[in-house]
Design a protein around this ligand. Sequence first.
Ligand code: GLA
Length: 753
Amino acid sequence: MGISFYEKEGLFQLDTKTTTYLIGIVDGAYVGHVYYGKRLSGCQGACALLRIGEPPFVPSKNEREKASFADTFPFEYSVWGVGDYREHSLLVRTEQGHRVCEPVYVSHRILEGKPGLPGLPATFAGKGGKAETLEIICKDSWIGLKIILRYSVFEDADAVIRSVQLINEGSEKLYVERALSACLEIEGAGFEMLTLTGSWARERTVTRCPLTYGRLSVSSVRGCSSHQEHPFLAVTTPGTTQEQGEVYAMHFVYSGNFLGLCEKSQFDSVRMVMGIHPEGFEWVLEPEASFQTPEVVCIYSDRGLGKMSRILHDLYRNHLIRSPYLHRKRPVLINNWEATYFDFDADKLVEIAREAKKAGIEMLVMDDGWFGRRSRDDSSLGDWYVNEEKLPGGLPALVERIKEEGLSFGIWFEPEMVSPDSELYRAHPDWIIRIPERTPTQSRAQYVLDLSRGEVVDYVYQCVADILYSADISYVKWDMNRQQTDLGSAALSGERQGELGHRYILGVYELQERLVREFPELLLENCASGGGRFDPGMLYYSPQIWCSDDTDAVERLAIQEGTAMLYPLSCIGAHVSACPNHITGRVTPFGTRGLAALAGTFGYELDITKLSAEEKEQIREQVGMYYRYQELIREGDYYRIASWRENQKYDCWEIVTKDGSEVLATYVQVLAGANQKSRRIRLKGLDAEAVYMLAEEIFSDSQESEEQSFGGQEEQPKRTGKKYSGGVLMYGGISVEPVKGDYAGRLLHFIRS
Ligand code: GLA
């Protein structure tokens, strides 16, 4: 790892474990992208990749042709208005209404460590971790704008972290209409674009398409990172698989509006950009003021999507998530949402807790409906005091009763919102995001509080903190259930209304920062109607995020496949829920639901008091299974082996310890088929020379065919002791026999002997 500067060539070399990123300065002025790819031991000759010698595009020798130079030069940070007609990263307007800005290299610094970003989530070096940061300082002296391009690398991570800071050194105001965080130029043929797309209850589905001439983008202007598109973009070489092919990826450490865009231009180069969405955005930069963009994580993988996933997982575990729970066993919780929805009282919760305790569950989480007069979703958000009709004696009494049953206690909040039917709204109608005089748009019968205002942030924080101080609460599910409309703030001047979207997100970050500082032992789980704000920004505050409101085990296979492509399994909120599933109506075996939830934080979302004795016993076994494997799942390397979304038949993934000594593989035969032979599943990431013992095997059968289990096993869920060569497991595979009935699952645990 390291950053070097070769003065003679005007070249910066940024090395990570297996990659090199090269930046060149042309004519002492233009900052160009030279190379991003496999690690280089030297960079002699690399400057030729900027093609500066190709006549007549030599700015210092031929000023007449500057426009054609700008039209093709691989700028590290693209601007509008001086001949680069591809996607721009920066657009700044002056008081006179002009929009041209041209950053020219002034100087640079190479710093030890990785600076934090004030008010924003950001990757960090961590205790004893080594990082270096390059700052390339550019300026447009016509308008007095200083632009700092920041690049950080870590000793143990294969990522380049980028962000940009703008400083107004002039004497007049500047209006920043666009300030993206990163721009990357790549070259190659036949590229594809890979994104994660979806909707409510079907978040983060892997989506691929060919990259043709023109622009393709993902974005959100919903005020959050969204269910629909994800702040992630990858460009892959043709036919890239889990193990093969090159991947260039960008992931945005931000939770609000974003734009990620790829453009294939006239000379076949591809430009990728990512940052805050410019639509509706404008930031007023007073003289001496500065604006910091959120950061983008850039990844290059020479070995397919799997390597990219493992790089991101390690990066987020080692350099982004701060929670003390990161390396701790998370409590197995039971949440009452799908069990009761709004229809519960203290006795019902205690009853659930009592049965849960018997099954080994450790925490009860009380979901929506405990406050104000809320008995449906149309009132009381904002009135964060306990409904004593449901919970006599308030939270202290309830929490005591739950603790007497032997469980710890967690609670749901939706702090960013207010119901029109609430005391808070009646007292402060101007505290919502709205345009004065216009009727604001409701969604789920609620409005969004204007968190760009300090007094609203203070009020909301105090409400949450008061509740947390009132009883022994170990966990908070922080929900956010609507997207933004009617963007207007009563507190911002006319020329600053374009700042609202970003200021709102800064308000969310401030709230969560205060919360985790004040309650360092609190386990915080973010949520947004399921996974509507599942992004690296939120991970900086909470070590886990509720993945989706869709708890159907089969649907979850695809949702969790897309999510796990970027995030470690320890972040993915996943629970076993009742069947028929509350959203799809599908019935899946209890065991398979357990295996799907095991690839996440694990917990329950059902009325345990209504389960059969057999199902309660299954919970006991599943909790035991979680205890045995939680550390491996939380800390290990993730490998995707097969995708049900792609093959329409079966799904398979695997977790391996970093030293290859243990592996846990999960296989789900989603659909049964007639006249099938056994299927060979090749494991990955093992030690081919070693011998592995099959230490445990768990079967989960279709409920319709209880007598038919894998390999003809009857009532015998586990067997142990068989030996396999690592090479056989990886290159030959294990044989998985077909089962009658859909949705059967199998868990295999191998230990190196
Ligand atoms: C959202 C969450 C659910 C639940 C409900 C409560 O939809 O994703 O898990 O908490 O809100 O209203």
